[in-house]
Design a protein around this ligand. Sequence first.
Ligand SMILES: [Zn+2]
Length: 538
Amino acid sequence: MSYMALYRKFRPQEFSEVKGQDHIVTTLKNQLKNDRIGHAYLFTGTRGTGKTTVAKLFAKAVNCENRQEDGSPCGECPSCRAIAEGRSMNVVEMDGASNNGVDHARSIIEEIAYPPTEGRYKVYIIDEVHMLSTGAFNALLKTIEEPPSYAIFILATTEVQKVPITILSRVQRYDFHRISIDTISARLADLMEREGVDAEEKALRYVAKVGDGSMRDSLSLLDQCIAFYPDQTLTYDNVLNVLGAVDNEVFSKILRGIMNRDVSEVIRVVDEIIIEGREIGQFVTDFTWYLRNLLLVKNIENMEDILDISTDNLKVMQEEAQKLDEAVLMRYIRVLSTLSDQLRNATQKRVMTEIAMIRLCRPQMERDNDSMIDRIRSLEQQLANGVVVAAGSAGADPATAGSAAAADLTKRPFPDARPEEVDAVLKQWNEVLSLLDPMRRQFYQTATPTATADGELLLVVDIAAGSDGSLAYSVLTSETAQQEFQQVLNNFTGANVKVRVESNQTGVPAEKLYTSGPEFFKRAEEFGMLVEEDDIEE
Ligand SMILES: [Zn+2]
Protein backbone atom coordinates (compact mmCIF):
# COMPACT_ATOMS: atom_id res chain seq x y z
CA MET A 1 0.00 0.00 0.00
CA SER A 2 1.39 3.34 -0.93
CA TYR A 3 2.09 5.80 1.83
CA MET A 4 -0.34 8.65 2.13
CA ALA A 5 0.92 11.92 3.48
CA LEU A 6 -0.54 12.79 6.87
CA TYR A 7 -1.72 16.08 5.49
CA ARG A 8 -3.91 14.35 2.88
CA LYS A 9 -4.93 11.45 5.03
CA PHE A 10 -6.19 13.62 7.86
CA ARG A 11 -7.60 16.55 6.00
CA PRO A 12 -10.51 17.73 8.21
CA GLN A 13 -13.88 16.35 7.15
CA GLU A 14 -15.79 18.22 9.84
CA PHE A 15 -15.61 21.76 11.15
CA SER A 16 -14.59 20.51 14.59
CA GLU A 17 -11.36 19.15 13.10
CA VAL A 18 -10.26 22.52 11.81
CA LYS A 19 -7.75 23.73 14.39
CA GLY A 20 -6.82 27.24 15.37
CA GLN A 21 -9.38 29.10 13.25
CA ASP A 22 -12.35 29.10 15.61
CA HIS A 23 -13.23 32.70 14.80
CA ILE A 24 -13.84 31.77 11.17
CA VAL A 25 -15.38 28.36 11.67
CA THR A 26 -17.95 29.68 14.15
CA THR A 27 -19.09 32.39 11.76
CA LEU A 28 -19.40 30.00 8.83
CA LYS A 29 -21.31 27.45 10.90
CA ASN A 30 -23.76 30.15 11.98
CA GLN A 31 -24.28 31.21 8.38
CA LEU A 32 -25.07 27.61 7.46
CA LYS A 33 -27.46 27.16 10.40
CA ASN A 34 -29.30 30.40 9.71
CA ASP A 35 -29.18 29.91 5.96
CA ARG A 36 -27.47 33.25 5.49
CA ILE A 37 -24.76 32.11 3.11
CA GLY A 38 -22.74 34.80 1.36
CA HIS A 39 -21.80 34.82 -2.30
CA ALA A 40 -18.23 35.99 -2.21
CA TYR A 41 -15.63 35.17 0.43
CA LEU A 42 -11.98 36.04 0.67
CA PHE A 43 -9.79 33.77 2.81
CA THR A 44 -6.41 35.29 3.61
CA GLY A 45 -3.50 34.08 5.72
CA THR A 46 -0.08 32.44 5.54
CA ARG A 47 0.43 29.08 3.92
CA GLY A 48 -0.87 25.94 5.52
CA THR A 49 -3.32 27.62 7.87
CA GLY A 50 -6.42 25.91 6.46
CA LYS A 51 -7.80 28.25 3.81
CA THR A 52 -8.37 25.62 1.13
CA THR A 53 -9.45 23.04 3.68
CA VAL A 54 -12.17 25.30 5.06
CA ALA A 55 -13.20 26.34 1.54
CA LYS A 56 -13.73 22.70 0.55
CA LEU A 57 -15.56 21.89 3.77
CA PHE A 58 -17.84 24.85 3.21
CA ALA A 59 -18.45 23.85 -0.39
CA LYS A 60 -19.48 20.38 0.77
CA ALA A 61 -21.62 21.76 3.58
CA VAL A 62 -23.70 24.08 1.41
CA ASN A 63 -24.60 21.16 -0.88
CA CYS A 64 -24.96 18.43 1.75
CA GLU A 65 -28.35 16.77 1.97
CA ASN A 66 -27.94 15.77 5.62
CA ARG A 67 -25.90 18.43 7.32
CA GLN A 68 -24.82 17.61 10.83
CA GLU A 69 -26.04 19.67 13.73
CA ASP A 70 -22.92 21.85 13.81
CA GLY A 71 -23.22 22.56 10.09
CA SER A 72 -20.58 20.05 9.01
CA PRO A 73 -21.25 17.98 5.87
CA CYS A 74 -22.40 14.42 6.52
CA GLY A 75 -19.75 12.94 4.25
CA GLU A 76 -22.11 10.20 3.09
CA CYS A 77 -24.81 11.68 0.90
CA PRO A 78 -24.34 11.53 -2.90
CA SER A 79 -23.28 15.17 -3.04
CA CYS A 80 -20.67 14.81 -0.28
CA ARG A 81 -19.29 11.70 -1.93
CA ALA A 82 -19.17 13.24 -5.39
CA ILE A 83 -17.29 16.25 -4.05
CA ALA A 84 -14.88 14.08 -2.04
CA GLU A 85 -14.14 12.03 -5.15
CA GLY A 86 -13.62 15.13 -7.25
CA ARG A 87 -16.39 14.33 -9.74
CA SER A 88 -18.94 16.93 -8.67
CA MET A 89 -19.77 19.67 -11.18
CA ASN A 90 -20.72 21.90 -8.28
CA VAL A 91 -17.26 22.56 -6.95
CA VAL A 92 -14.78 24.16 -9.31
CA GLU A 93 -11.24 24.56 -8.03
CA MET A 94 -8.91 26.82 -9.86
CA ASP A 95 -5.34 27.88 -9.26
CA GLY A 96 -4.94 31.60 -9.81
CA ALA A 97 -1.23 31.15 -10.41
CA SER A 98 -1.54 28.89 -13.44
CA ASN A 99 -4.90 30.05 -14.81
CA ASN A 100 -4.49 33.74 -14.43
CA GLY A 101 -5.59 35.09 -17.82
CA VAL A 102 -8.71 36.84 -19.03
CA ASP A 103 -9.77 33.83 -21.10
CA HIS A 104 -10.00 31.61 -18.07
CA ALA A 105 -12.02 34.22 -16.19
CA ARG A 106 -14.41 34.45 -19.18
CA SER A 107 -14.92 30.69 -19.24
CA ILE A 108 -15.90 30.80 -15.57
CA ILE A 109 -18.37 33.56 -16.31
CA GLU A 110 -19.92 31.59 -19.17
CA GLU A 111 -20.13 28.45 -17.10
CA ILE A 112 -21.68 30.18 -14.15
CA ALA A 113 -24.71 31.13 -16.20
CA TYR A 114 -26.05 27.57 -15.92
CA PRO A 115 -27.62 26.61 -12.60
CA PRO A 116 -26.54 23.35 -10.97
CA THR A 117 -28.36 20.27 -12.25
CA GLU A 118 -28.25 18.70 -8.82
CA GLY A 119 -27.48 20.21 -5.41
CA ARG A 120 -28.04 23.81 -4.42
CA TYR A 121 -24.83 25.71 -5.03
CA LYS A 122 -21.99 25.99 -7.49
CA VAL A 123 -18.85 26.88 -5.55
CA TYR A 124 -15.84 28.43 -7.28
CA ILE A 125 -12.65 28.18 -5.24
CA ILE A 126 -9.88 30.33 -6.68
CA ASP A 127 -6.58 29.73 -4.91
CA GLU A 128 -3.74 32.27 -4.99
CA VAL A 129 -6.22 34.77 -6.35
CA HIS A 130 -3.67 37.62 -6.12
CA MET A 131 -1.90 36.04 -9.13
CA LEU A 132 -4.78 36.82 -11.48
CA SER A 133 -4.04 39.37 -14.17
CA THR A 134 -5.70 42.77 -14.02
CA GLY A 135 -7.80 41.77 -17.02
CA ALA A 136 -8.99 38.62 -15.25
CA PHE A 137 -9.88 40.61 -12.14
CA ASN A 138 -11.86 43.10 -14.18
CA ALA A 139 -13.68 40.35 -16.03
CA LEU A 140 -14.68 38.70 -12.75
CA LEU A 141 -15.62 41.90 -11.00
CA LYS A 142 -19.19 42.19 -12.22
CA THR A 143 -19.96 38.51 -11.60
CA ILE A 144 -18.60 38.70 -8.06
CA GLU A 145 -20.64 41.81 -7.46
CA GLU A 146 -23.93 40.32 -8.67
CA PRO A 147 -23.57 36.56 -8.78
CA PRO A 148 -26.52 34.31 -9.52
CA SER A 149 -28.27 33.13 -6.37
CA TYR A 150 -26.75 29.65 -6.70
CA ALA A 151 -23.12 30.77 -7.06
CA ILE A 152 -20.52 31.14 -4.32
CA PHE A 153 -16.99 32.44 -4.84
CA ILE A 154 -14.29 31.58 -2.35
CA LEU A 155 -11.09 33.43 -3.13
CA ALA A 156 -7.97 32.43 -1.22
CA THR A 157 -4.70 34.31 -0.99
CA THR A 158 -1.50 34.50 1.00
CA GLU A 159 -0.94 38.08 -0.15
CA VAL A 160 -4.07 40.08 0.43
CA GLN A 161 -2.30 43.36 -0.26
CA LYS A 162 -2.04 42.35 -3.92
CA VAL A 163 -5.80 41.87 -4.30
CA PRO A 164 -7.40 44.95 -5.91
CA ILE A 165 -9.51 47.09 -3.64
CA THR A 166 -12.43 46.70 -6.08
CA ILE A 167 -12.50 43.00 -5.22
CA LEU A 168 -11.85 43.51 -1.52
CA SER A 169 -14.85 45.80 -1.23
CA ARG A 170 -17.14 43.10 -2.62
CA VAL A 171 -16.24 40.10 -0.48
CA GLN A 172 -16.59 38.90 3.10
CA ARG A 173 -13.05 38.77 4.32
CA TYR A 174 -11.74 36.14 6.77
CA ASP A 175 -8.20 36.31 8.13
CA PHE A 176 -6.73 32.91 8.93
CA HIS A 177 -4.29 33.07 11.82
CA ARG A 178 -0.98 31.35 12.22
CA ILE A 179 -1.73 28.36 14.38
CA SER A 180 -0.19 28.26 17.87
CA ILE A 181 2.39 25.63 18.80
CA ASP A 182 0.00 24.27 21.43
CA THR A 183 -2.77 23.77 18.92
CA ILE A 184 -0.52 22.21 16.30
CA SER A 185 1.22 19.85 18.70
CA ALA A 186 -2.10 18.73 20.19
CA ARG A 187 -3.29 17.91 16.68
CA LEU A 188 -0.05 16.07 15.88
CA ALA A 189 -0.37 14.05 19.10
CA ASP A 190 -3.93 13.14 18.20
CA LEU A 191 -2.95 11.99 14.71
CA MET A 192 0.04 10.01 15.97
CA GLU A 193 -2.25 8.18 18.36
CA ARG A 194 -4.62 7.35 15.53
CA GLU A 195 -1.67 6.18 13.42
CA GLY A 196 -0.37 4.07 16.31
CA VAL A 197 2.97 5.88 16.32
CA ASP A 198 4.66 6.50 19.67
CA ALA A 199 5.97 10.01 19.90
CA GLU A 200 7.42 12.10 22.70
CA GLU A 201 5.43 15.21 23.44
CA LYS A 202 8.61 17.25 23.26
CA ALA A 203 9.32 15.85 19.82
CA LEU A 204 5.93 16.88 18.51
CA ARG A 205 6.22 20.33 20.07
CA TYR A 206 9.49 20.80 18.28
CA VAL A 207 7.98 19.79 14.95
CA ALA A 208 5.16 22.25 15.59
CA LYS A 209 7.63 24.99 16.37
CA VAL A 210 9.59 24.44 13.18
CA GLY A 211 6.28 24.35 11.29
CA ASP A 212 6.00 28.00 12.25
CA GLY A 213 2.23 28.34 12.49
CA SER A 214 1.46 26.19 9.46
CA MET A 215 -0.44 22.95 10.04
CA ARG A 216 0.44 21.68 6.57
CA ASP A 217 4.18 22.32 7.01
CA SER A 218 4.11 20.74 10.46
CA LEU A 219 2.46 17.62 9.09
CA SER A 220 4.95 17.24 6.27
CA LEU A 221 7.85 17.73 8.68
CA LEU A 222 6.33 15.01 10.84
CA ASP A 223 6.07 12.80 7.74
CA GLN A 224 9.79 13.29 7.17
CA CYS A 225 10.64 12.35 10.74
CA ILE A 226 8.50 9.23 10.69
CA ALA A 227 9.95 8.15 7.35
CA PHE A 228 13.41 8.46 8.85
CA TYR A 229 12.65 6.37 11.94
CA PRO A 230 9.93 3.94 10.87
CA ASP A 231 8.45 1.69 13.56
CA GLN A 232 10.29 3.52 16.30
CA THR A 233 9.31 5.88 19.05
CA LEU A 234 9.71 9.38 17.71
CA THR A 235 12.03 11.03 20.23
CA TYR A 236 13.08 14.64 20.55
CA ASP A 237 16.61 13.66 19.59
CA ASN A 238 15.40 11.92 16.45
CA VAL A 239 13.44 14.97 15.46
CA LEU A 240 16.42 17.21 16.08
CA ASN A 241 18.48 14.96 13.88
CA VAL A 242 16.05 14.92 11.01
CA LEU A 243 15.17 18.57 11.06
CA GLY A 244 18.83 19.54 11.30
CA ALA A 245 18.19 21.53 14.38
CA VAL A 246 20.71 22.81 16.85
CA ASP A 247 19.98 22.52 20.50
CA ASN A 248 19.86 25.21 23.10
CA GLU A 249 23.29 24.46 24.43
CA VAL A 250 24.93 25.50 21.19
CA PHE A 251 22.84 28.66 21.04
CA SER A 252 23.83 29.51 24.56
CA LYS A 253 27.49 29.00 23.65
CA ILE A 254 27.20 31.32 20.68
CA LEU A 255 25.34 33.92 22.68
CA ARG A 256 27.98 33.88 25.40
CA GLY A 257 30.63 34.32 22.73
CA ILE A 258 28.77 37.31 21.32
CA MET A 259 28.35 38.88 24.75
CA ASN A 260 32.06 38.42 25.43
CA ARG A 261 32.83 39.93 22.04
CA ASP A 262 34.79 36.79 21.30
CA VAL A 263 34.56 36.76 17.52
CA SER A 264 36.84 33.80 17.00
CA GLU A 265 34.90 31.60 19.42
CA VAL A 266 31.57 32.54 17.82
CA ILE A 267 32.82 31.86 14.31
CA ARG A 268 34.34 28.59 15.48
CA VAL A 269 31.02 27.33 16.88
CA VAL A 270 29.10 28.47 13.81
CA ASP A 271 31.61 26.77 11.52
CA GLU A 272 31.26 23.59 13.54
CA ILE A 273 27.52 23.68 13.00
CA ILE A 274 28.00 24.19 9.28
CA ILE A 275 30.55 21.42 8.99
CA GLU A 276 28.11 19.06 10.68
CA GLY A 277 25.90 19.67 7.68
CA ARG A 278 23.19 21.73 9.30
CA GLU A 279 21.15 23.94 7.04
CA ILE A 280 22.33 27.51 7.65
CA GLY A 281 18.97 29.19 7.13
CA GLN A 282 17.32 26.87 9.62
CA PHE A 283 20.10 27.48 12.12
CA VAL A 284 19.65 31.26 11.86
CA THR A 285 15.89 30.90 12.28
CA ASP A 286 16.32 28.68 15.32
CA PHE A 287 18.86 31.00 16.90
CA THR A 288 16.54 33.97 16.38
CA TRP A 289 13.77 31.99 18.01
CA TYR A 290 16.03 31.23 20.95
CA LEU A 291 16.76 34.94 21.43
CA ARG A 292 13.08 35.73 21.19
CA ASN A 293 12.45 33.23 23.98
CA LEU A 294 15.11 34.93 26.09
CA LEU A 295 13.39 38.23 25.54
CA LEU A 296 10.09 36.75 26.71
CA VAL A 297 11.69 35.06 29.71
CA LYS A 298 13.16 38.39 30.69
CA ASN A 299 9.88 40.22 30.49
CA ILE A 300 7.18 37.82 31.56
CA GLU A 301 7.00 35.46 34.50
CA ASN A 302 5.78 31.89 34.39
CA MET A 303 6.70 31.37 30.78
CA GLU A 304 6.77 27.58 30.96
CA ASP A 305 3.39 27.26 29.30
CA ILE A 306 4.14 29.63 26.47
CA LEU A 307 7.71 28.63 25.65
CA ASP A 308 8.31 25.16 24.39
CA ILE A 309 11.27 24.38 26.55
CA SER A 310 11.95 22.10 29.45
CA THR A 311 12.00 23.37 33.04
CA ASP A 312 15.74 22.81 33.19
CA ASN A 313 16.33 24.78 30.07
CA LEU A 314 14.04 27.51 31.31
CA LYS A 315 16.18 27.93 34.42
CA VAL A 316 19.32 28.25 32.31
CA MET A 317 17.59 30.74 30.05
CA GLN A 318 16.40 32.82 32.98
CA GLU A 319 19.97 33.13 34.20
CA GLU A 320 21.15 34.02 30.74
CA ALA A 321 18.38 36.57 30.26
CA GLN A 322 19.40 38.36 33.46
CA LYS A 323 22.76 39.22 31.95
CA LEU A 324 21.29 40.72 28.83
CA ASP A 325 19.88 44.12 28.17
CA GLU A 326 16.52 44.11 26.43
CA ALA A 327 17.56 46.61 23.77
CA VAL A 328 20.68 44.60 23.06
CA LEU A 329 18.62 41.44 22.60
CA MET A 330 16.35 43.30 20.21
CA ARG A 331 19.35 44.41 18.20
CA TYR A 332 20.54 40.82 17.95
CA ILE A 333 17.12 39.71 16.79
CA ARG A 334 16.95 42.49 14.23
CA VAL A 335 20.38 41.73 12.77
CA LEU A 336 19.47 38.04 12.52
CA SER A 337 16.07 38.72 10.95
CA THR A 338 17.75 40.76 8.26
CA LEU A 339 20.20 37.93 7.78
CA SER A 340 17.35 35.43 7.47
CA ASP A 341 15.84 37.48 4.66
CA GLN A 342 19.16 37.82 2.88
CA LEU A 343 19.93 34.11 3.13
CA ARG A 344 16.81 33.16 1.22
CA ASN A 345 18.36 34.09 -2.12
CA ALA A 346 22.02 34.09 -1.23
CA THR A 347 24.70 31.78 -2.56
CA GLN A 348 27.38 32.75 -0.03
CA LYS A 349 25.32 31.78 2.98
CA ARG A 350 28.26 30.92 5.17
CA VAL A 351 30.09 34.18 4.54
CA MET A 352 26.96 36.23 5.17
CA THR A 353 26.30 34.38 8.40
CA GLU A 354 29.84 34.94 9.59
CA ILE A 355 29.65 38.64 8.79
CA ALA A 356 26.42 38.93 10.74
CA MET A 357 28.06 37.19 13.70
CA ILE A 358 30.96 39.63 13.62
CA ARG A 359 28.45 42.46 13.47
CA LEU A 360 26.76 41.11 16.60
CA CYS A 361 30.10 40.91 18.37
CA ARG A 362 31.12 44.39 17.35
CA PRO A 363 28.44 47.04 17.72
CA GLN A 364 31.25 49.50 16.94
CA MET A 365 30.78 48.60 13.30
CA GLU A 366 27.31 50.07 13.30
CA ARG A 367 26.10 53.53 14.05
CA ASP A 368 22.40 53.14 14.67
CA ASN A 369 20.70 53.61 18.02
CA ASP A 370 20.59 49.96 18.98
CA SER A 371 24.32 49.56 18.53
CA MET A 372 24.90 52.67 20.62
CA ILE A 373 22.91 51.10 23.43
CA ASP A 374 24.94 47.93 23.09
CA ARG A 375 28.15 49.93 23.29
CA ILE A 376 26.94 51.85 26.32
CA ARG A 377 26.01 48.59 27.99
CA SER A 378 29.51 47.32 27.34
CA LEU A 379 31.02 50.42 28.92
CA GLU A 380 28.67 50.27 31.87
CA GLN A 381 29.78 46.75 32.46
CA GLN A 382 33.38 47.84 32.41
CA LEU A 383 32.55 50.58 34.90
CA ALA A 384 30.78 48.11 37.13
CA ASN A 385 33.90 45.97 36.99
CA GLY A 386 35.92 48.89 38.26
CA VAL A 387 37.30 50.11 34.97
CA VAL A 388 37.69 53.87 34.83
CA VAL A 389 36.35 55.66 31.80
CA ALA A 390 37.71 59.10 31.09
CA ALA A 391 35.34 61.97 31.85
CA GLY A 392 33.96 63.55 28.72
CA SER A 393 33.97 60.34 26.80
CA ALA A 394 31.40 58.38 28.76
CA GLY A 395 29.26 56.35 26.42
CA ALA A 396 31.86 56.39 23.70
CA ASP A 397 33.83 53.35 22.77
CA PRO A 398 37.54 53.95 22.40
CA ALA A 399 37.68 52.06 19.16
CA THR A 400 35.38 54.44 17.32
CA ALA A 401 35.12 57.53 19.48
CA GLY A 402 35.75 60.87 17.83
CA SER A 403 39.41 61.74 17.69
CA ALA A 404 38.98 64.43 20.37
CA ALA A 405 37.56 61.99 22.87
CA ALA A 406 40.20 59.46 22.01
CA ALA A 407 42.91 62.02 22.60
CA ASP A 408 41.44 62.78 26.02
CA LEU A 409 41.65 59.17 26.88
CA THR A 410 45.32 58.82 26.09
CA LYS A 411 46.17 62.00 27.94
CA ARG A 412 44.49 60.82 31.07
CA PRO A 413 47.21 59.83 33.49
CA PHE A 414 46.46 56.23 34.33
CA PRO A 415 48.22 54.73 37.35
CA ASP A 416 50.83 52.13 36.49
CA ALA A 417 49.35 48.67 36.17
CA ARG A 418 49.74 46.29 39.09
CA PRO A 419 50.75 42.68 38.31
CA GLU A 420 47.20 41.44 38.91
CA GLU A 421 45.93 43.91 36.34
CA VAL A 422 48.36 42.52 33.77
CA ASP A 423 47.20 39.04 34.73
CA ALA A 424 43.61 40.15 34.12
CA VAL A 425 44.59 41.11 30.59
CA LEU A 426 46.09 37.67 30.01
CA LYS A 427 43.04 35.94 31.42
CA GLN A 428 40.71 37.89 29.20
CA TRP A 429 42.99 38.04 26.20
CA ASN A 430 40.26 37.22 23.68
CA GLU A 431 38.06 39.94 25.01
CA VAL A 432 40.89 42.44 24.80
CA LEU A 433 41.55 41.39 21.20
CA SER A 434 37.90 41.79 20.32
CA LEU A 435 38.17 45.48 21.18
CA LEU A 436 40.83 45.99 18.52
CA ASP A 437 40.34 47.05 14.96
CA PRO A 438 39.48 43.85 13.05
CA MET A 439 42.21 44.47 10.49
CA ARG A 440 44.89 44.51 13.18
CA ARG A 441 43.32 41.98 15.49
CA GLN A 442 44.31 39.02 13.32
CA PHE A 443 47.96 39.99 13.72
CA TYR A 444 47.66 40.30 17.48
CA GLN A 445 46.10 36.85 17.47
CA THR A 446 49.37 35.40 16.19
CA ALA A 447 51.33 36.82 19.14
CA THR A 448 51.83 34.93 22.38
CA PRO A 449 51.15 37.16 25.38
CA THR A 450 52.80 36.81 28.74
CA ALA A 451 53.58 38.90 31.80
CA THR A 452 57.14 39.75 32.75
CA ALA A 453 58.42 39.82 36.30
CA ASP A 454 58.34 43.58 36.44
CA GLY A 455 54.72 43.84 35.35
CA GLU A 456 55.06 44.34 31.62
CA LEU A 457 52.85 42.74 29.07
CA LEU A 458 55.13 40.97 26.63
CA LEU A 459 53.95 39.91 23.19
CA VAL A 460 56.17 37.43 21.42
CA VAL A 461 55.79 36.93 17.69
CA ASP A 462 57.32 33.87 16.03
CA ILE A 463 59.23 35.01 12.98
CA ALA A 464 61.55 32.09 12.35
CA ALA A 465 61.99 30.99 8.75
CA GLY A 466 58.91 29.20 7.57
CA SER A 467 56.53 31.10 9.81
CA ASP A 468 54.63 34.06 8.44
CA GLY A 469 55.09 36.17 11.52
CA SER A 470 57.24 38.90 9.95
CA LEU A 471 54.26 40.87 8.77
CA ALA A 472 52.58 40.50 12.15
CA TYR A 473 55.73 41.67 13.86
CA SER A 474 55.98 44.78 11.74
CA VAL A 475 52.30 45.58 12.32
CA LEU A 476 52.58 45.09 16.07
CA THR A 477 55.61 47.34 16.28
CA SER A 478 54.03 50.09 14.16
CA GLU A 479 53.13 53.30 15.94
CA THR A 480 49.42 53.26 15.06
CA ALA A 481 48.95 49.73 16.27
CA GLN A 482 50.83 50.40 19.47
CA GLN A 483 48.77 53.51 20.18
CA GLU A 484 45.50 51.70 19.58
CA PHE A 485 46.54 48.74 21.65
CA GLN A 486 47.72 50.97 24.50
CA GLN A 487 44.41 52.79 24.48
CA VAL A 488 42.42 49.58 24.57
CA LEU A 489 44.51 48.26 27.43
CA ASN A 490 44.26 51.46 29.43
CA ASN A 491 40.55 51.52 29.01
CA PHE A 492 40.17 47.83 29.74
CA THR A 493 42.18 47.83 32.96
CA GLY A 494 41.89 51.44 34.04
CA ALA A 495 45.65 51.34 34.43
CA ASN A 496 48.69 52.01 32.31
CA VAL A 497 49.96 48.63 31.12
CA LYS A 498 53.49 48.67 29.73
CA VAL A 499 53.67 46.70 26.51
CA ARG A 500 56.66 45.23 24.79
CA VAL A 501 56.70 43.36 21.49
CA GLU A 502 59.50 40.93 20.74
CA SER A 503 60.29 38.54 17.98
CA ASN A 504 61.20 34.91 18.44
CA GLN A 505 63.59 33.57 15.83
CA THR A 506 64.42 30.28 17.53
CA GLY A 507 62.03 28.23 15.45
CA VAL A 508 60.52 26.86 18.65
CA PRO A 509 56.99 28.24 19.04
CA ALA A 510 56.89 30.93 21.70
CA GLU A 511 54.13 29.26 23.65
CA LYS A 512 56.37 26.24 24.14
CA LEU A 513 59.23 28.34 25.46
CA TYR A 514 57.64 29.48 28.67
CA THR A 515 54.69 29.41 30.90
CA SER A 516 54.76 32.95 32.18
CA GLY A 517 56.68 35.53 34.11
CA PRO A 518 60.32 35.08 35.16
CA GLU A 519 60.29 31.50 33.89
CA PHE A 520 60.04 32.95 30.44
CA PHE A 521 63.31 34.77 30.75
CA LYS A 522 65.17 31.75 31.96
CA ARG A 523 63.85 29.67 29.13
CA ALA A 524 64.34 32.48 26.67
CA GLU A 525 67.98 32.74 27.61
CA GLU A 526 68.30 29.02 27.45
CA PHE A 527 67.09 29.03 23.90
CA GLY A 528 69.08 32.10 23.01
CA MET A 529 65.98 33.90 21.85
CA LEU A 530 65.17 37.59 22.22
CA VAL A 531 66.15 40.73 22.65
CA GLU A 532 68.46 43.54 23.45
CA GLU A 533 70.64 42.97 26.50
CA ASP A 534 69.25 45.85 28.54
CA ASP A 535 65.70 44.57 28.21
CA ILE A 536 66.54 41.71 30.52
CA GLU A 537 66.96 43.19 33.91
CA GLU A 538 66.32 40.06 35.90
ZN1 LIG B 1 -23.66 15.18 2.84
